[in-house]
Ligand binder design. Structure first.
Ligand SMILES: NC(=O)c1ccc[n+]([C@@H]2O[C@H](COP(=O)([O-])OP(=O)(O)OC[C@H]3O[C@@H](n4cnc5c(N)ncnc54)[C@H](O)[C@@H]3O)[C@@H](O)[C@H]2O)c1
Length: 261
């Protein structure tokens, strides 16, 4: 796999144990010039340093994917200086606990605006350049919670991820004639800051317990997601578009026997 001469933009790449940071680093190892954005300036600087210290090229943008003008300005700057955005990875996302009957409009709007709105904004910003060049890949990170499962007290999160999957299908049809592939990945349990947060997700103990329901009996590492995203962006997946691929060690198969022990 090689991404030589390609520009890859990864959103939400600041968390050092996150999927975005590992994806950015992996694309850089594979030869891409990598642009990263996040609200966390300090983390972004760390990711950028990790890429540059291994000989890679990186640009970083401190912004929220909920900010249309900041996203548009980032993509305009990238197109002007690096000439293109060849691959977009819509990874930035938040999960916040909000029991349904108590969920405020603010909580609803924030989750929809970052997870789904961010995916819309970044895809919309890169699409014209991809259309001009008749080439491009858009990948978005959904979740099994938006694909097959339900997650109590996370209705807004599940809905935001389901919306990403609908958008993925629509964009695949609209942009396919311009040779732009659009796909999503629905991860299961990945060991990151999000999943190890015991307040807004299951936490480390919850992750350990849940491995009993995973046929592969383990949680995935963010590096594994990064490798899979790179594979989906590569010509190995060159005839695939409009799909959401489940990456979950089999947990959504719903193996029930662990409940008997
Ligand atoms: N970890 C899992 O088990 C799991 C499972 C399914 C889906 N996901 C999804 O994977 C993606 C990556 O999550 P992660 O697990 O690596 O979590 P993470 O919290 O480690 O990483 C998310 C990153 O997004 C950034 N971010 C948050 N809001 C942002 C905004 N408004 N603008 C720009 N950046 C923003 C954060 O600062 C952070 O760096 C998310 O979309 C998440 O919903 C994760």
């Amino acid at each position: 796999m090689s991404f030589d001469n390609q520009v890859v933009l990864v959103t939400g790449a600041a968390s050092q144990i996150g999927i975005g940071c590992h994806a950015a680093r992996r694309f850089a190892e594979l030869g891409a010039r990598v642009a990263i954005c996040d609200t966390d300036a300090e983390g972004l600087a760390q990711t950028r340093k990790a890429i540059e210290s291994r000989g890679g090229q990186a640009k970083s943008y401190t912004l929220s994917v909920a900010d249309t003008s900041a996203v548009d300005a980032m993509v305009a700057e990238l197109e002007e200086t690096w000439g293109s955005v060849d691959v977009l990875v819509n990874n930035a996302g938040i999960a916040r606990t909000a029991p349904f009957t108590e969920m405020t409009d603010e909580q609803l709007n924030q989750t929809m605006d970052v997870n789904f709105g961010g995916t819309v904004r970044c895809s919309r910003a890169v699409a014209p350049g991809m259309i001009r060049r008749n080439s491009g890949v858009i990948l978005s990170v959904s979740s099994i919670e938006g694909h097959a499962w339900g997650w109590p007290a996370h209705g807004h999160y599940c809905a935001s991820k389901g919306a990403i999957e609908g958008l993925t299908r629509a964009l695949a049809v609209e942009l396919g004639p311009h040779c732009i592939r659009v796909n999503a990945v629905a991860p299961g349990l990945i060991w990151t800051a999000q999943s190890t947060d015991p307040v807004n997700s299951v936490g480390p103990d919850g992750l350990e317990k849940l491995t009993a329901a995973v046929p592969l009996r383990r949680v995935a590492r963010p590096e594994e997601m990064a490798e899979f995203l790179a594979t989906l962006a590569s010509p190995a997946a060159g005839y695939m578009t409009g799909q959401t691929v489940v990456f979950d060690g089999g947990i959504t198969l719903g193996e029930l026997t662990p409940l008997l022990t």
